[in-house]
Every structure is written in structure tokens, then in C-alpha cells.
Design a binder for this molecule. Structure first.
Ligand SMILES: C[S@@+](CC[C@H](N)C(=O)[O-])C[C@H]1O[C@@H](n2cnc3c(N)ncnc32)[C@H](O)[C@@H]1O
Length: 331
């Protein structure tokens, strides 16, 4: 569960408490239909101030949760990593900067590049109440990714839920520019077959340029997941606020955000070992783990109750965790 930090929850509640429900619902219908198409956009999808507020109500908590989960895995693989600065491309209302600041208090300077000025305005408004000085003091640069000058080098570059809005050529051009970054490159997309394909294409391009994968893959070999039949994705559970539920017309108090992601580095190396893909499946006395191995293969590991500590460790395992676990249970 990636709960929103209290300061972000408070900031969102303040913005959303007086937002007219009817307008938000209409905007939600349009935005959610459009985002599900996963088609390149010739004009910004968030077109009005209401769209931006709607986005912050129904998508920002979910994109925050996805990026936060991905960064959690990076922090586990690279415990020494403590970025000082972040560049967030296509930052929208700022979900990825909140997620980075929540993961690494070391962050002191943040730049967001975004084409929609209303998203910038709302992002700044939300950031005013942030506990993190980096989020509060973020520089918000209006502009388009493809027209901006060279990206400033940063310890952490995030591109969250943006690739699907770009054409295939624009995606390649953007990733080519990311290849030149010495800091960590974080790409997150919806956990759909299309999102996974975009992530794999970017991953291949970054590896060909000399990057190494930090997460989720424990190797830089070709992705072993059979194309067309399966796709690598993860989930993060998000609590829905009252206005979130109202905007979506949803009843449940939570939702599971599916996402695909890759994090690479031109300088750091990932960890060898097996990595757990997907949430472990539990049956009576058995836990089944889907693993990606450092030999670039998929493996199913079945752990039975008879295996005592290993079984208990398997029950507590989450996606992205190493397997067997480090420490006593794995020995
Ligand atoms: C789905 S939103 C994601 C926002 C944010 N990164 C998040 O994770 O919540 C995609 C964002 O990318 C921005 N975007 C898309 N294409 C862009 C471009 N060519 N230049 C700048 N921003 C762009 C959109 O305006 C929008 O704010």
C-alpha cells in the first residue's frame, strides 16, 4: 500500500473540497476514456483547468503510488543512493517529485518540465504545503519535451506516465536524450500490454547505449516474458479519498494501480539474484513465486509449509524482492 503522505493528502483535500462534483465527473469520463486509448497526443490531453483538477483527484494518487513503489525498489537495490537533484519530465501536477522526496529526504533541488500551464499552476499550489523543501522550492518550467534545450544533468530523471502521449519517434528521441544522463533514469507507464511494450523498447535502447538495469530486472539480457502472451507489470494499492470515489463514481475504498517500469543507470550496476515478479500466489500450505532470474529466465518457485522459515519468508515477499531472501531465512 502506498499511502499518500499526509502533506500531499492535505494539499489535495484543500484543492478538491470545493471542486464541483458534476464538472469533475464529466471531465473524468473524457480523460479516462482518452487515457485508456494510449494513443499519441497531438494536443495536450489535459485541456482545461477542470481537467487538471480532475487529474489530481483521480490519477495523481495512483501515479504517485506507482512511482513510489518503483523508487522503493531502487532504494532497496542501491541503499547508498541519495539523489540531491531531480528532473521530472512531463511532470503534470508533480506526482513523481512527491514520490522521490518521500523516498529520498536527500533531495534538495527539483525541476519539473511540463507543457500544460494549468498543471504547473496546480502543481505549484499543491507543493506550497509540502514538508520537503525540495518539493516546496521546485522550479516548474513550462515547455514541450521535444522543443526544450538539452536536459540539465540530474541525479534522478523521472518520466512518469508520459511515453504513451508521444509518437514512437518522439519516444525514441526522448529516450536517446535520456541515454546521455549520468543519473538514474526512471520510466513508469501504465501496467498494460502497451505500457510494457513501451518500457521494453526504452529499456533495450538504454541498454544498447551502455546503461544497466537497476530495477525491476536482475539482468541486462533480453526480457524473457513471452511477447503477446504476458507482460511484466506490478501493482500498488491506493486508498481512495471521498472525492476520488465521487469523481470516479467508485464504491471501493481502494484501487490497485497496475504499472510497468524500468530504472537504469549509466554508472551504477544492479544486483544479481532472482527477483520476484508479481504478488506471490498463496494456496493451502504453498506459496508460488514467479521469478525473473539473473540468467534472464522466468522460473516458478513453489515453497511449501514444510520449508518452515523459507515458507514464512515467501508469504511476506513482495514484488521486486530478491529471492531467496537475504539473511537467515534464505540460507
Ligand atoms: C498522464 S500525465 C502524467 C503526469 C505526471 N508525470 C504523473 O505521473 O502524474 C502526462 C503528462 O505529460 C505531459 N506531456 C505529454 N507530452 C508532453 C510534451 N511533449 N512535452 C511536455 N509535457 C508533455 C502532459 O501534459 C501531462 O502532464
Amino acid at each position: 500500500m502506498a499511502d499518500l503522505p499526509q502533506d500531499l493528502r492535505t494539499a489535495l483535500d484543500a484543492v478538491l473540497s470545493n471542486a464541483p462534483s458534476k464538472e469533475l465527473s464529466a471531465s473524468f469520463q473524457r480523460l479516462s476514456t482518452r487515457y485508456r486509448e494510449e494513443q499519441a497526443a497531438t494536443a495536450p490531453i489535459m485541456a482545461t483547468p477542470t481537467d487538471v483538477v480532475t487529474y489530481s483527484a483521480y490519477r495523481m494518487p495512483a501515479t504517485f503510488a506507482a512511482v513510489r513503489s518503483a523508487l522503493e525498489q531502487v532504494a532497496a537495490v542501491l541503499p547508498e543512493f541519495g539523489p540531491a537533484n531531480q528532473l521530472d519530465l512531463g511532470g503534470g501536477t508533480g506526482a513523481a517529485i512527491w514520490a522521490a522526496a518521500d523516498t529520498w529526504p536527500s533531495l534538495s533541488a527539483v525541476t519539473v518540465l511540463e507543457q500544460v500551464t494549468e498543471a504547473i499552476a496546480l502543481g505549484k499550489k499543491l507543493a506550497r504545503g509540502a514538508a520537503s523543501p525540495a518539493v516546496r522550492g521546485a522550479s516548474w518550467i513550462p515547455g514541450r519535451l521535444d522543443q526544450s534545450a538539452a536536459f540539465e544533468p540530474a541525479d534522478l530523471v523521472t518520466v512518469s506516465y508520459v511515453l504513451s502521449e508521444l509518437s514512437a519517434t518522439q519516444q525514441q528521441d526522448l529516450v536517446a536524450r535520456l541515454c546521455a544522463q549520468q543519473g538514474l533514469v526512471v520510466l513508469v507507464e501504465p501496467g498494460t500490454p502497451g505500457g510494457y511494450e513501451r518500457i521494453v523498447a526504452a529499456r533495450d535502447q538504454l541498454i544498447a547505449a551502455g546503461h544497466s538495469v537497476i530495477a525491476p530486472c536482475p539482468h541486462d539480457l533480453a526480457c524473457p516474458i513471452p511477447r503477446g502472451r504476458d507482460w511484466c507489470h506490478f501493482t500498488s494499492r491506493v486508498n481512495r479519498s471521498a472525492v476520488h470515489r465521487r469523481t470516479k463514481g467508485a464504491e471501493l475504498g481502494f484501487e490497485d494501480e497496475k504499472f510497468s517500469y524500468v530504472v537504469t543507470s549509466a554508472v551504477a550496476r544492479g544486483q544479481a539474484g532472482n527477483r520476484v515478479l508479481r504478488h506471490p500466489q498463496q494456496r493451502k500450505g504453498l506459496v508460488s513465486l514467479r521469478l525473473c532470474t539473473d540468467a534472464g529466465q522466468l522460473q516458478e518457485a513453489i515453497v511449501s509449509k514444510r520449508q518452515g522459515p523459507l515458507y514464512r519468508a515467501a508469504r511476506d515477499t513482495e514484488f521486486g524482492d530478491p529471492w531467496p531472501p537475504l539473511g537467515d531465512a534464505g540460507s
